[in-house]
Design a protein around this ligand. Structure first.
Ligand code: ADP
Ligand code: TRP
Length: 320
């Protein structure tokens, strides 16, 4: 079973990215062959600075390795190191109805917000389909917000197979429902575009400041509080053990626990949780040769699979 997922380089990883996508990817290494890549070509839809792009890409590789992707077991590479994926995107473009892309939330949201959309953003899901189909992936672990892109991928794959003959495995999305939407410090979905993120690898002071600025209601310290209505508790339970979560819920309900104190406990929990990953990231960051080697080896392995797919695709469409 081939499991594949990609992550856009964005400079920093937040808790939503970690729980919604990196952790499921890390865990999936136990049950199959994991292919994971840095989607720098997708990143180009929003990053227009070469230095930034290069830097963010390297940072993203470090993030993945520090958080538990094992390059001995899994294939780790950078999307643009396998340029055939861009070629495949073109073939897929020609079996993709415009209407399918017009219905995509990411594009519709950009339009609704008045963000001038370029063709890269519009055809983003086609490049994503190429990523998934080029590697004949069976399972794609993603956050809930990527569900629609997976449906588009399946549609495109079926349309291609029906038009030209079987070339692609039809992939399944795998969405971790329980952890699917991690709230940000304002209670909305955590997202860079909302400016409400909690970074995993930030400085201690910055993390503390973020946690302390979680939005709360004006309930006084002594009053009982509903844990299920609190962002602090929602984040706490994502990292605490069951008994710890129970105990915290009881303290919320009993009254006497101020939001300030609850935030301090949340900070400690997060800071300690990520300590080993921070150490590993720092160690790896000092060994750029190793990082470059992981990237090279990964691309070489990834490319052998894509070569087989592309030979068949080129023959089927008649450009071989
Ligand atoms: P952002 O919204 O901050 O720009 P991305 O869109 O780059 O984040 O998301 C990268 C990955 O992390 C995606 O697979 C996405 O589903 C997951 N993810 C992002 N934010 C969250 C969240 N708040 N809860 C769960 N998963 C998330
Ligand atoms: N679009 C995904 C995101 O925003 C990143 C991505 C690109 C991806 N290609 C992929 C995810 C292929 C899974 C499979 O997070």
């Amino acid at each position: 079973m081939r499991i594949l997922s990609g992550i856009k380089p964005s400079g920093t990883i937040h808790i939503g990215n970690y729980l919604g996508m990196i952790k499921p990817m890390v865990d999936s290494q136990a049950r199959g062959e994991l292919f994971c890549f840095i989607a720098n070509l997708h990143g180009l839809t929003s990053i227009f600075n070469a230095k930034e792009m290069t830097e963010y890409t390297n940072e993203a590789i470090l993030d993945l390795l520090a958080l538990g992707i094992d390059p001995e077991k899994s294939v780790v590479w950078v999307q643009s190191d396998v340029p055939e994926v861009a070629e495949l995107t073109w073939y897929l473009n020609n079996v993709t109805p415009i209407g399918l892309l017009e219905r995509c939330h990411a594009y519709k949201d950009a339009l609704a917000k008045g963000i001038p959309a370029n063709n890269g953003l519009f055809s983003y899901p086609v490049l994503m389909a190429a990523d998934i189909l080029a590697y004949q992936s069976n399972v794609v672990p993603v956050g809930k917000d990527q569900k629609q892109h997976l449906e588009v991928t399946r549609d495109i794959a079926m349309k291609f197979n029906a038009t030209y003959g079987d070339a692609f495995t039809i992939p399944d999305a795998e969405i971790i429902e329980e952890l699917a939407v991690v709230p940000g410090i304002d209670g909305q979905k955590m997202s860079k575009s909302y400016g409400n993120t909690i970074e995993i690898f930030g400085e201690e002071k910055a993390l503390r400041k973020k946690i302390m600025s979680i939005v709360t209601d004006p309930t006084p310290v002594e009053a009982p509080k509903d844990p299920d209505a609190s962002t602090i508790f929602a984040l706490y339970r994502l990292f605490a053990a069951n008994e710890q979560t129970q105990a915290m819920a009881e303290r919320f309900r009993a009254g006497g626990l101020g939001y300030g104190s609850a935030k301090k406990e949340l900070f400690e929990l997060l800071w300690n949780h990520f300590a080993p990953y921070r150490d590993k990231r720092e160690r790896l960051g000092k060994n750029q040769d190793f990082i470059a080697e992981v990237r090279r080896t990964g691309a070489a392995k990834a490319r052998t699979i894509v070569t087989t797919t592309m030979d068949r695709v080129r023959t089927l469409v008649g450009v071989a």
